[in-house]
Design a protein around this ligand. Structure first.
Ligand SMILES: [Zn+2]
Length: 140
């Protein structure tokens, strides 16, 4: 679901995916390629959440058996595991962005050079421009 919001700007972005929403800054709401980039992240988050639902059910079940009904276990429901891994694991973040920027490039929303520049500067990845460009252009 697409939602106009200036919230992504707080994070220095124009758009962001927070399942089940894609938040897009008002002035970029017609940028189909940017939205396609975010939909890549959204799709992956949805896939992860399907697996996460099993983990939460198991945790709630085990927690119930060991401790009785405890609301603490239910707080796991609030966690978006994709975002946790994205934030703490740079190589996952890099791969996620390469997948999303490839889609944005295919849709002519950004040039490979532009995407490589953003990847090397915006995501705290310690990767150079040339290396980012290589990854974007590699066979996949
Ligand atoms: Zn992205």
């Amino acid at each position: 679901m697409l939602v106009r919001s200036s919230l992504p700007r707080l994070f220095g972005a124009s758009a962001m995916a927070v399942w089940p929403l894609v938040l897009v800054a008002p002035e970029r709401r017609h940028d189909a390629a940017l939205i396609a980039h975010e939909r890549v992240h959204l799709q992956e988050q949805g896939d992860w959440l399907a697996g996460w639902a099993l983990v939460v059910c198991a945790a709630v079940g085990i927690g119930y058996l060991n401790h009785g009904a405890s609301p603490w276990w239910l707080l796991l429901v609030l966690v978006n595991p994709w975002w946790v891994v994205y934030l703490v694991w740079p190589s996952f973040r890099l791969r996620a962005e390469v997948r999303a920027y490839r889609v944005q490039i295919e849709q002519r929303g950004i040039t490979p050079a532009g995407a490589a520049l953003l990847i090397s500067e915006r995501y705290r990845l310690r990767i150079g421009y040339a290396q980012a460009l290589d990854l974007l252009m590699a066979e996949h």
